[in-house]
Design a protein around this ligand. Structure first.
Ligand code: FAD
Length: 364
């Protein structure tokens, strides 16, 4: 059997916004770093998935990165320059945050698998093996890019890449690029790429643009829809599908350039491009799949948290607690998959999980 080299009460897996918020609240609840809680993070540096974002994503082009509890972004970042790269600024903020609250983050540590052993969780990593009574999982989605299956994908002689692999539009100059997807990232990359080369935009559903910006009420309504889904054990679904995409000056300009002439999804990929069901074709050199991400939860598979439909029934005040096993919380999942949602979810998960484990200890 695998030797346990580190025993703790709660293992937080992932040190993005969700993991750091959880760690902050565990610390404030009085858990000792190390024996009380640890944070295990696969990435080489502080910053969660933000350290991996493409260089043209700046503080002015992100939606908004909310402050973590207890420390403002501006306390760590001395420049308010909106053109600073998100992949630089946010990691700097998270690093300062980890230092300020002396959070016990171990990295790079990849959690390979979590299984149950004698009423505790055995957390196997590429380094130590941890034993914990409770798990707060905060592994985000970045590690699990999603590309739908289309016939002929293997035949394509051009280049296929996912949002995750995008670096800069310049590398596509002179090529025809098919951008697939109707979310915010798809539109941002379509806008950038279409400034340097020709593009075709395809989406599965008719995109829904909205004239008015998001209001806090819109945000709450969208979150409520996703929360209702996960409480019923359905897969979370995307928030944009609920809210629609607000027009921005950049999108208006893209529309004037004729770039937003959306075509329906093609039915197959050919050696040289794409083909629709009616037989029409378009040649392409690149297919850029902006088709989103799935929750990175494979390491929890032995715990059998999923229902037959692939969803997980969630409970607790903010739907962070796994109904099948209340010792496991998922933060940054479903309704809390945003920086503000992750903040709140971390607090709820820390309080509910410690209360649950303490009650168990008294009974035991
Ligand atoms: P992450 O930041 O992804 O952190 C997860 C951490 O877990 C990573 O460090 C990863 O290395 C680690 N990890 C993963 N698997 C393992 C493992 N097996 N073992 C150990 N560690 C592991 N939200 C907003 O609120 N505002 C925005 O402006 C915004 N812009 C976005 C732009 C893009 C392009 C994308 C893709 C998303 C954006 N989001 C935005 C959503 C955003 O991802 C979340 O809001 C939030 O940052 C996610 O935080 P997280 O902690 O859940 O995950």
């Amino acid at each position: 059997d695998v030797r346990i080299t580190f025993k703790t009460e709660i293992a937080v897996i992932g040190a993005g916004q969700a993991g750091l918020s959880s760690a902050y609240h565990l610390r404030n609840l009085g858990l000792a770093p190390g024996t009380g809680y640890v944070v295990l993070d696969k990435s080489p540096h502080a910053g969660g998935a933000w350290q991996h974002r493409w260089p043209s994503l700046t503080l002015s082009t992100v939606n908004r990165v909310h402050d973590l509890p207890g420390m403002q972004f501006t306390d760590a970042i001395d420049t308010a320059d909106p053109e600073v790269k998100a992949s630089v600024a946010v990691p700097r903020y998270y690093a300062a945050y980890e230092r300020k609250f002396q959070l016990p983050v171990y990295r790079p540590v990849t959690v390979k698998v979590v299984c149950e052993r004698n009423g505790r969780f055995r957390v196997e990593t590429d380094r130590e093996t941890f034993s914990a009574r409770g798990i707060i999982n905060a592994t985000g989605t970045w590690e699990t890019p999603y590309i739908p299956d289309y016939p002929g994908a293997g035949l394509f002689k051009g280049r296929q890449l996912h949002t995750r692999d995008y670096k800069a539009a310049g590398e596509f100059a002179g090529k025809h690029v098919v951008v697939v997807g109707g979310g915010i990232s798809a539109l941002q990359l379509l806008d950038e790429v279409s400034r340097v080369t020709s593009t075709t935009w395809v989406t599965r559903d008719e995109p829904r643009f909205r004239e008015t910006p998001f209001t806090p009420e819109d945000g709450r309504a969208a979150v409520a829809v996703v929360e209702d889904r996960v409480r019923r054990g359905l897969v979370p679904g995307s928030v944009v599908s609920v809210t629609g995409i607000p027009w921005t000056p950049a999108l208006r300009a893209a529309q004037e350039r004729g770039v937003l002439n959306r075509l329906p999804m093609f039915s197959e990929i050919t050696e040289r491009g794409i083909r629709w069901a009616d037989g029409s074709e378009r040649q392409a050199d690149v297919i850029l799949w902006c088709t989103g991400f799935r929750s990175s939860l494979d390491h929890l598979a032995p715990l059998q948290l999923r229902e037959e439909n692939g969803g997980i029934v969630m409970s607790g005040r903010l739907a962070t607690q796994v109904a099948r096993d209340p010792r496991v919380h998922l933060v940054g999942y479903g309704p809390s998959a945003s920086t503000i949602g992750a903040n709140r979810a971390g607090g709820a998960a820390a309080r509910e999980l410690t209360a649950y484990l303490n009650a168990g200890a008294i009974q035991g």
